[in-house]
Design a protein around this ligand. Structure first.
Ligand SMILES: C[S@@+](CC[C@H](N)C(=O)[O-])C[C@H]1O[C@@H](n2cnc3c(N)ncnc32)[C@H](O)[C@@H]1O
Length: 295
């Protein structure tokens, strides 16, 4: 990330979640009713106008081979997957929700004031977190329900943010591994394992470099160029085997390894809006094991 500057890709993913509610078929895969409130006025106005157009005029957004459709599918399905897993983890005893690299995540906003709202800790790069807090304050949105913890994963572990005593918790870590060095990913996974009680759960996504003959390679290259221009270059890709080996080395067990086709089948079957998961986007649902992390 550009030194001292908030993440621009965090804004991009919030925009995609808001766009999903406007252009795709109902019901939404992931209903982020609050993302639009965090967008710049010009983007919010654009979405408002788009919503007023006859549906046939926005058909281009729903074309399967439109890159925006692929990225939007990935962003909304990974958010849905994490919050579905969170619901299960609560039943299994998780006591708080830690949102790693939260960006403009709105879980705390969507659940504030609810009797059964889960305590939320948001961890993010200091510059992004300061920007988000300013956005919330500027829009009169209550930020009191969140415990804020600024951390740069490339520099420090997260024990100081979460406390030394391991808690039974649920953690999501979305849209981030590809922007980090392999060392920072391993250090964060290990550090997270140390402050998570056995049974704690973690959902993360990672990207695999597709072969050149795969149409998704074009989308990935376009995204790499776009994020590099935004000063958030992509740095780490994994094969499923390499990622599994890494998480196990860092103290986690695999509950589910969710390949793109499984995501398509579970969340997008029967939809007519062209949403489809790019073949490089994998999801992992992990559980804290009882062994000590080695990495
Ligand atoms: C694409 S956004 C994802 C935001 C959110 N999780 C989502 O899915 O919409 C990437 C996030 O990674 C965070 N990030 C990138 N590099 C980081 C670092 N070195 N330390 C902490 N956070 C970092 C950014 O601040 C940003 O919030």
């Amino acid at each position: 990330m550009e030194p001292g500057k908030p993440s621009r890709t965090a804004l991009a993913t919030a925009f995609l979640r808001a766009l999903h509610r406007v252009v795709d078929d109902a019901p939404p895969v992931f209903d982020d009713s609050h993302a639009v409130h965090l967008l710049p006025a010009v983007q919010a106005r654009f979405l408002e106008r788009l919503a007023r157009l006859p549906r046939s005029w926005t058909a281009i957004y729903r074309q399967r081979y439109n890159g925006l459709t692929g990225m939007r599918s990935h962003v909304v399905v990974r958010a849905r997957y994490a919050e579905d897993a969170l619901a299960g983890a609560r039943q299994r005893g998780a006591m708080r929700y830690v949102v790693l690299a939260a960006g403009l995540d709105t879980y705390a906003l969507r659940t504030r004031g609810m009797a059964d709202a889960m305590p939320v800790v948001e961890i993010d790069h200091p510059a992004t977190q300061t920007w988000k807090r300013q956005l919330l304050a500027g829009r009169g949105l209550d930020e009191a329900a969140v415990r804020w913890a600024p951390v740069d994963f490339e520099r420090t572990g997260i024990e100081s943010a979460l406390g030394q005593e391991p808690l039974h918790q649920f953690v999501s870590w979305l849209g981030t591994t590809y922007y980090l060095s392999r060392e920072a990913i391993a250090a964060t996974l290990s550090s997270l394992a140390r402050c998570s009680a056995p049974g704690s759960e973690l959902v993360l996504d990672y990207w695999r470099e597709p072969p050149l003959f795969d149409p998704a390679a074009v989308l990935l290259w376009g995204t790499r160029v776009a994020t590099a221009f935004q000063r958030e270059p992509m740095r780490s890709f994994f094969t499923p085997g390499a990622m599994e080996a890494l998480v196990v080395r860092c103290g986690w067990h695999v509950r589910e390894h969710c390949a793109p086709l499984i995501q398509d089948e579970r969340y997008l079957t029967g939809r007519r809006d062209g949403l489809s998961i790019p073949s490089f986007a994998y999801l992992l649902h992990l559980e804290r094991g009882t062994t000590d992390p080695l990495a």
